[in-house]
Write a protein that binds this ligand. Structure first.
Ligand code: SF4
Ligand code: SF4
Length: 463
């Protein structure tokens, strides 16, 4: 017997009554579109001529059968995780004066550097705090990053040595101070190493990344890249600005020739005026970025050597299955303050390093407060409670769980509130369309990390 209750449980049509709200997304294919249920990030690629059937037939039933699981998975990903990593700033000082740095200049020139005792004391506190938050046997992560962590080399190395069994470590560095001894130490402990480079030539790379005298270190960084390219835990970060955006395709060839396997092409954050001033135009960025992705694909087919553009791989992985993502900027709430925290050289704790220049986002101090209490403070709650459902146009956007409207720090600076869309909105739209095209054409694997299937639960459908 058909009752009102049954009807509620088994809707036949999308977009009316109790039926799911399916959005149709043009992905730039002549014969297919994507159908997305934005709340759960469920999707299907559907032939155009079958769209009517999809909105009133099998796809509605298929979604109905699985939506409980999808909802639970998304709920857990967005609200059920606990911090398991810290971005750790052992010093405020930097030997570089990059034009787009997210830290105030005075801090980078004259700021504090931790002593060995302070750094190890902070790690001890993190160890105790994380032990109460993450499953037994899992190792939390500590990533030393900038300013320039190698300016606190002795303290950092002492911390790595002393806590080698308690954390997995990473270092993000400008590479200018990475000598052979430092490389031997870091690789000996299996520390992840990320270096920054902004273009395939000194002429452009040194425009944005240079020391206080205005001199860049392109040659030095390239030497370090050559030295570390075969090291498993190595990656390069390129910050994309209006100055280097046109070099992205050439950058792919350059890195590929140098044996790099993982890169990030991160659009510059507009958190500080220096970054905002050189923000690339979204359409231009999307065009060159997509050209660069196409080039990685061509080179892979030609040479069999894969080079992963990790920030795009993350978007692709998020589409294939929410648990597949490895970075937590492209979901709202983002990872700041809920998957990781940032620790300043004073021991102050912020949701993410992007907030370190903003004292109002300090949640407490690692030496004085319990991490669990810091996570509950108002500035942390503002970031960990940021939902794309709460503001336009993201609340109506089909791809809001593949984009996340990052980054709350730059959005706050640009809009006066964290509840506003990303300055890179159109860039995300194009990334998502490209990802769907690649999936439809059977090329998804080309862009993903080897072994991505092992830690991904697929939740997509192809019809
Ligand atoms: S920033 Fe743009 S693409 Fe991202 S969720 Fe908001 S509306 Fe969608
Ligand atoms: S979106 Fe911004 S605040 Fe959030 S994790 Fe990414 S960089 Fe940090």
């Amino acid at each position: 017997m058909i009752t009102a209750q049954n009807m509620q449980r088994r809707p036949l049509y999308a977009n009316t009554g109790y039926g799911p709200a399916f959005s149709v997304l043009e992905v730039g294919l002549p014969d297919q579109v994507a159908v997305i249920e934005p709340d759960t990030a469920f999707w299907a690629l559907v032939r155009r001529e079958e769209l009517g059937d999809a909105l009133a037939g099998g796809l509605v039933a298929e979604f109905g059968a699985q939506c409980g699981d999808f909802r639970a998975e998304m709920q857990n990903l967005r609200f059920g995780l606990k911090p398991s990593a810290a971005y750790f700033n052992p010093t405020e000082q930097c030997n570089f004066n990059c034009t787009y740095c997210y830290l105030p200049e005075d801090m980078r020139r004259h700021g504090k550097t931790m002593t060995e005792e302070e750094l190890c004391g902070a790690l001890e506190r993190l160890k105790i705090a994380f032990a109460q938050m993450i499953p037994e046997g899992a190792l939390p992560q500590v990533i030393f990053h900038g300013s320039e962590p190698m300016l606190a080399r002795e303290a950092v190395f002492a911390g790595i040595e002393r806590f080698a069994d308690d954390f997995t470590f990473g270092v993000q560095t400008n590479a200018s101070l990475l000598d052979e001894e430092a490389i031997a130490f870091l690789t000996g402990y299996g520390v992840g190493i990320g270096v920054s480079l902004d273009a395939p030539s000194a002429e452009i790379a040194d425009l944005t990344r240079r020391n206080w005298n205005g001199t860049g270190c392109f040659d030095r960084v390239v030497k370090v890249i050559d030295r570390l390219a075969s090291y498993e835990a190595f990656n390069v970060i390129t910050t994309v600005t209006s100055a280097n955006v046109g070099t992205l395709p050439a950058m792919v060839d350059f890195y590929h020739e140098h044996g790099v396997r993982v890169v990030m092409f991160n659009p510059v954050r507009c958190t500080r005026s220096g970054g905002h001033a050189i923000k690339p135009d979204n359409a231009e960025l999307a065009g060159y970025f997509i050209e660069a992705l196409d080039r990685t694909c061509e080179l892979f087919e030609k040479t069999g050597k894969k080079m992963v553009v990790a920030n795009f791989a993350n978007v692709m992985a998020a589409i294939i299955g929410p648990t597949g993502r490895r970075l937590m900027c492209d979901i709202a709430p983002c990872g700041g303050g809920r998957c990781f925290v940032a620790v300043s050289a004073h021991g102050d704790v912020f949701p993410c390093s992007e907030f370190i220049g903003f004292p109002e986002y300090r949640g407490g101090n690692l030496y004085e407060d319990r991490l669990s209490d810091i996570l509950e403070t108002a500035p942390f709650r503002e970031i960990t409670g940021r939902k794309t459902e709460n503001f336009k146009p993201c609340s109506d956007c089909a791809i809001r769980h593949f984009c996340g409207a990052p980054c709350p720090a730059e959005v706050k600076v640009l809009s006066g509130t964290v509840d506003a869309p990303s300055p890179y909105c159109e860039f995300y739209e194009e990334q998502v369309r490209y990802a769907f095209r690649a999936i439809a054409q059977g090329r998804a694997e080309t862009y993903l990390w080897d072994g991505w299937r092992e830690d991904t639960e697929e939740s997509f459908t192809l019809t």
